[in-house]
Design a protein around this ligand. Structure first.
Ligand code: PBG
Ligand code: ZN
Length: 329
């Protein structure tokens, strides 16, 4: 007689590809993916980013053509990061809320070309526009909170007026979701959605991004405003505050090293949860794959699946294009 435990054989559902497909618990679909783009304030340009293989800084024309190709792969949402032109940075990040800055012009170009067929999300933060590289106003070595809110709100309004479908504040100032939501609503932009970088850690995984966006702080670090990597309870507090302040989607960032936090936020809100698979998480996979140390397709599939399994509805990832092109999902 066989052991009673062997009546229950988990391996039956692993027997064949079709059985595994039928029984699988998590599926990642192109419609969940968001592709980030770095936009220069010029009509035409393409610059490689050495620490992010395959990702480039683009002008408006290249952005439009890249998005057109990505749309054929099934990518329908993009996240835009604006870059300052030469000599455009100042202490207060004035160009962050210019109506003729990289992001408003890129949004307008995308909306002219694709209308409602492409969902345009914009990153709202001052660090690519301040000469000191901090995400808010700096005074005597401190990043001021309330004094930074008007600039962030103006930036969000400039993006929304250009046609952005969703704004995504990444600065981590307290109260910025409320300040931005109110500023949008006052101008009749109540339909513009808001995805908050609610749970954003002071992470070393942003290194390659700061090369890409030239946004590393000159002095000091971001630990006075981004979250302490040791904290998970605090993630719930940040998420609850942003929900109360009017956020539509709550983001956890980074993603891979914070799967526990994604799960935790998933369980404390009914709002959609986004996971940001950040630059350093992307580049470390790329570097290992270039050396032949990892199978890129399988690792990317495993990572993206992990975000969904942890509870993410939306996945922001630099791997989006190649994952769909290669049929990695
Ligand atoms: C700007 C911003 C950062 C990222 C998104 N928005 C960098 C930072 O906070 O230093 C990181 C994205 C990535 O690493 O891919 N506030
Ligand atoms: Zn910033």
């Amino acid at each position: 007689m066989t052991s009673p435990f062997l009546r229950q054989r988990p391996r039956r559902l692993r027997r064949s590809p079709l059985m595994r497909e039928l029984a699988c618990e998590t599926r990642v679909h192109a419609s969940q993916l968001v592709m980030p783009h770095f936009v220069l304030p010029v009509t035409s340009a393409r610059e490689a980013i050495p620490s992010m293989p395959g990702i480039t800084r683009v002008g408006y024309d290249e952005l439009v053509s890249d998005c057109a190709k990505d749309m054929e792969l099934g990518i329908r949402s993009v996240l835009l990061f604006g870059l300052a032109g030469a000599g455009e940075k100042d202490a207060r990040g004035t160009r962050s809320h210019a109506h003729d800055g990289a992001v408003p012009k890129a949004v307008a170009a995308l909306k002219r070309e694709f209308g409602a067929d492409l969902q345009v999300i914009t990153d709202v933060c001052l660090c690519a526009y301040t000469d000191h590289g901090h995400c808010g106003m700096l005074e005597a070595g401190r990043v001021l909170n309330d004094e930074s809110l008007p600039a962030l709100a103006s930036m969000a309004v400039a993006h929304a007026e250009a046609g952005a479908d969703m704004v995504a504040p990444s600065d981590m100032m307290d109260g910025r979701v409320a300040a931005i939501r109110d500023a949008l609503d006052e101008r009749g932009l109540e339909e513009t959605a808001l995805m908050s970088y609610s749970v954003k850690y002071a992470s070393a995984y942003y290194g390659p991004f700061r090369d890409a966006a030239d946004s590393a702080p000159g002095q000091g670090d971001r630990q006075g405003y981004q979250m302490d990597v040791r904290n998970a309870r605090e993630a719930e507090r940040e998420a609850e505050l942003d929900e109360l302040e009017g956020a539509d989607i709550l983001m956890v960032k980074p993603a891979l090293a914070y799967l526990d936090v994604i799960r935790r936020v998933r369980e404390c809100t009914t709002l959609p949860v986004a996971a940001y698979n950040v630059s350093g998480e992307f580049s470390q996979v790329k570097a290992a794959a270039e050396r032949g140390w990892l199978d890129e397709a399988r690792v990317v599939r495993e990572n993206l699946t992990a975000f969904a399994r942890a509870g993410a509805d939306v996945i922001i990832t630099y791997h989006a294009r190649e994952a769909l092109q290669g049929g990695w999902l």
